[in-house]
Write a protein that binds this ligand. Structure first.
Ligand SMILES: [Zn+2]
Length: 390
């Protein structure tokens, strides 16, 4: 049995009523949970960022499980197009605020618990204060701005951040908790991609049940952290492919150079996404080639170097044959491994990080450098569907 994130003092301060004993009886009879674990659940405070696709199953099952206080941050209204996956809300709720709708549903599910509503956009102004009131964060956000912010604030506050994301038929989840030994989100992706380079669910679509699965996995991890059982998904990323029905686990490592949790951090307070991505000179066009042009070069046996600037765990998921892996964070120190005489083609997942790498190499004197437009995603779409998308 691992250590619970809820200490004994807080557990001992709560008792269960006769009704609660009956309500949670299927938990209480398991030796891994018992009355002790259920009291920890009751003492716990969990923050759900977003009452959408991931937040819906998370909040519902946390409420059903008897988590004593559930906080929800959201500012949106329920839209008809949400109902395909956001099962906290019903048809009668279309046009209502998501928080009101969520509160009604959760109260009906379990009147014994407390629900705290944060009707606002999660921002650098309010993030630290909101997170400070909770023991663990379930990040159900659907955009990079919020994901980086929730990561950073959780690292500062030493609270576990239970991450989930979905895209079309695939999803992934892990627990970011540097103070419990694992990496944080920025250990994997130090900087966010440009806002326009990443499609969200509205642009790319998502199978409605998929956030259900990922959100429930996030809930299981949250409950395990609270009760103090099992092996938490710290330092491991679980990837689920619904079309193939395959779960894959990838090891994640802490990056000692990480700007928030590393040995010499450079970020000490919450930052809004726009603030640190807004510095880009749009006038300087980055030389690029398409996936088809790359294929022609390969078929024509032209001499060039193909450099993959993604992270090793992404390389494990999918790769283009012949590509050499040099993660973006290492490329500045490893330019001596590149050949000045040959054209260099750089690729990443969708083209944003490789664009940064091209700029960096240009600054180091490389003249013949090109960005693969659309990254390995475009390669998979246009050239080789056997390369898995993620
Ligand atoms: Zn980190």
């Amino acid at each position: 049995m691992k250590r619970s994130i809820i200490d004994d003092q807080r557990k001992n301060a709560v008792q269960l009523s006769t009704d609660e004993l009956q309500r949670y009886s299927r938990h209480l009879i398991m030796p891994e949970v018992t009355l002790e674990g259920q009291r920890r659940l009751k003492a716990a405070r969990v923050l759900c960022i977003g009452a959408g696709g991931l937040g819906s199953p998370a909040a519902l099952y946390l409420a059903a499980a008897g988590v004593g206080t559930i906080g929800i941050v959201d500012f949106d209204d329920v839209d008809l197009s949400n109902l395909q996956r956001q099962i906290l809300h019903g048809t009668k709720d279309v046009g209502r605020g998501k928080l009101e709708s969520a509160q009604d549903r959760l109260r009906d599910m379990n009147p014994e618990i407390g629900i705290e509503l944060h009707q606002c956009r999660f921002s650098s102004e309010n993030a630290s204060e909101i997170v400070s009131k909770y023991d663990v964060v379930v990040d159900g956000s659907d955009n990079f701005a919020t994901r980086y912010l929730s990561n950073d604030v959780c690292v500062f506050a030493q609270k576990p951040n239970v991450y989930g994301s979905v895209f079309r038929f695939e999803g992934q989840t892990t627990v970011f908790a540097p103070d419990l030994g694992g990496p944080c989100y920025r250990c994997l992706f130090p900087e966010p991609p440009p806002p326009e380079s990443v499609p969200n669910c509205a642009q790319a679509g998502v199978l409605g049940v998929l956030p259900g699965i990922i959100g429930m996995l996030q809930t299981i991890e949250t409950i395990k952290l609270i009760v103090g059982i099992g092996e938490p998904l710290i330092g491991r990323l679980l990837h689920f492919d619904a079309l193939k029905v395959k779960f894959r686990e990838l090891k994640l490592r802490r990056d000692l150079q990480c700007p928030v949790c590393g040995e010499n951090p450079t970020i000490f307070s919450p930052i809004d996404y726009e603030q640190f991505c807004g510095v880009r000179n749009e006038d300087e066009a980055i030389p690029a080639i398409s996936a088809h042009e790359l294929k022609q070069k390969m078929d024509g046996c032209e001499a060039f170097e193909l450099i993959d600037v993604r992270e090793p765990f992404e390389y494990e998921i999918a790769r283009i044959d012949g590509a050499k892996l040099i993660p973006l964070g290492e490329i500045a120190e490893r330019t001596d491994e590149l050949q000045h005489e040959l054209p260099i083609i750089v690729h990443c997942h969708s083209g944003a990080r490789s664009a940064q790498a091209v700029q960096l190499l240009q600054q180091r004197g490389f003249r013949n450098v090109y960005n693969l437009e659309g990254g390995i995603d475009a390669w998979s779409d246009q050239i080789d569907p056997a390369v898995p998308k993620y």
